[in-house]
Design a protein around this ligand. Sequence first.
Ligand code: BMA
Length: 850
Amino acid sequence: MLRILQLSVLVTVCLAPLFQSCQSMEENFSINDLEAQWEFSQAESNDWYPAVVPGNVHLDLFKNKIIEDPFYGNNEENLQWIEHKDWQYKGTFFVDQKLLSNQHINFEFKGLDTYADVSINGYQILSTENMFVAYEKAVKEYLVEGENTIQIYFHSPIKMAMPAFDKSNFIYPADNDRSDEHLSVFTRKAPYHYGWDWGPRFVTSGIWRPISIKAWNDAQITDVHFTQKMLSRKQAQIAFDTEVESSSQIDAKLKLIADGDIVASKSVNLQKGTNNITLKYTIDDPELWWPNGMGEAHLYHFETRLVIDDNIADKQKQSIGLRTIEVINEPDSIGESFYLKVNGIPTFIKGVNAIPNHSFLGGVRDSVYDTYFDNVIESNMNMVRIWGGGIYEDDYFYKLANEKGILVWQDFIFGCTMYPSDDAFLNNVEKEAEYNIKRLRNHPSLAMWCGNNEIKVGWDNWGWQEKYGYTEADQKELLEGYDKLFNQLLPRKIKELDAERFYYDSSPISNWGNKADMNIADNHYWGVWWGKHEFEKMNEYVPRFMSEFGFQSFPSMETIKTFSEEKDWDIDSDVMRAHQKSSIGNVTIKEYMERDYIMPSNFQNFVYLNQVMQAEGMRIGFEAHRRNKPFNMGTLYWQLNDVWPAVSWSGIDYLGNWKAMQYFIKKAFESVISSAIINEGNLSVHIISDKIEDCKVSSHLQIIKLDGTMVWEQNKDFQLKANENKIILNETLTSLSKSENLNDLVLVLNTAYEKHNTQSTFLFSKVKDLKLSKGKIDYKIVSKNGIQQVILKSNTFIKNLEISTSIEGRWSDNYFDLVPHQEYVIDFKSTNGKTLSTESITLKSITDTY
Ligand code: BMA
């Protein structure tokens, strides 16, 4: 059994001579995660098994071999019984005299999913009803020296929601909830647990975030709110509004420490109860926090310290960034704007919609987030949207976003359905909003709040009224409920707790079904996929800000093998269908493929081609959005990652493998890109910069035949202005192509700026009509400055070359085209120290698939 370590550490605090001399201070408080020996059981069975906390019941059942792998084959279907059961967790932990000698001991339950009764040594201390809220409880009176037990009883979320359902006159329109009753709307639990069109239904229960123990004496800091009162290039005036809870009237000092120096201090006579104290500080010549691609994400590190009798009674650390972020959403000459200004500069947003990392959240550790942000940075993004069907992310997520310069668009966790609005529900949401706004508001990365995902657009356009047969009275109730929640409660909480940040009630503002809406604010363009529009329509359907768009693909074969056997490798097999949750799924993928490609000869080739199609199709969108800057000021694709191994819109699959699209995103999101388009017979090429300074660009354009013969070329060196969108070619295609057959031609765009050298291609016909030939590809492996490189060369045009290896690692590029007789160099980063060999490499391109 593990002990709670009660640390009373002697710290030496070195202060600059100017302020005070060095002194030693004892910390008179401690914070640790509860370490206990955990077991769990189904409530009625009393058979106890070892459990892992944080975690959840599905993970524990699997680890104890009581259930099979929930992600394998059709197992999901057989595991639906778990949601109907109650579960209990029991932990044993030791408490020593030292801990008990503190005046106060608080347990903070950072995440209980969801309806939990908690007791310590047989005393019930807490009942919970919201997985998004941390519950804090004073527990000293229940603890004993030596062994203690904590017991947490989880009620089935299905059973708990039933009374509210029985009372309701109608079924809520939560179409993603894969049950008849749509009970998810009544419970403040991650909506995607109940099923989504990219995820399984596992309505789990458990302790999904740690339980922490705080021991303190006399007084503790309960909140520090950082605010930026004034920011100019010369000066920043900042304040820390600090909330202190004191158990008696006592003298104390509140100090603000930066880089070991006390930079502000206040003596206070604390009153019993809550005290509010503000520390102010001015920074001269401040360094600003910039999003990725615009500059350094500079952070200042502060500590607020509460000192009583020369001891540190409590302290809190804050890493803050000095920046302004404005969301400009207002009527303009076109319609309605929607863009961000960071530090006064209109900023083109390149990013992604993120769903949670896993179906079973308790198992997600910090290293998962490290990889997550490595991917986001490598893909040249500057924003992640935390989408409303998932969760408010872990603290560590926002910490990394701050450090890496990734702006966070934060939805409140509501999506794709109307919600109840009775007092009990609204009170519950109010606590959730309060807790999460306070938890997240100090993060410089937090750019904006959004009330929900697609509820308004759903209500106005998706026909819920007819589908669910809502009467006039039902509709009135639902609409009033919407208003109470998203137009009253949430904005009121934002105004109270985070007044400076932008809030709007629902994304998107406009509807993709109406083309005129492209002039109105943000849009989720689902014409491609749901509307079966051709990919090329993305050149026409360009909104002011694209907050969602996407196309599905199968995950890598490596990932497919984790849930299927070779006999299942057919897009219509039961297993493949179980791992495809979109109602129009595989049929739609096939339909799009038939439009543009020769159909592949087998399943593996289908997977390859599907990934290529997703990549090429979505590239049309990314480039269209950038070519239309500043009319359009942002592109967030759907979706970054997967919660399980499945077919989905993601660019990175469940095992972390980059799909073809992710490599295309990395290139499409470079600071400077070239992009071609044909408009009424004219070929235009744009060069678009998102840089905030001017830069020198060399552009080389060539139209060649697929065997490499040059038809036309243009070289241009020029100065590209900050944020410029420049047209460097606009001529009739007939004059440029010199009457050659368009099926035999390709435009090659080479763009060099600073140390970047990129190449892309543009076709004048569909791939299935292209006169591709097999050709010969030579390659060699070289080592340059310790980096392994592969240099490839072909004797004919090669479309979408996939390079794979049995060595674990990451390519700098993949699924690229080879221009005949030109060398193409890519880097390989091995993740297990092994090196590439020619035998370990396999190549596949379009001509290998039929
Ligand atoms: C968007 C999202 C999700 C969904 C995705 C794909 O609208 O908000 O609800 O998973 O579409 O259909």
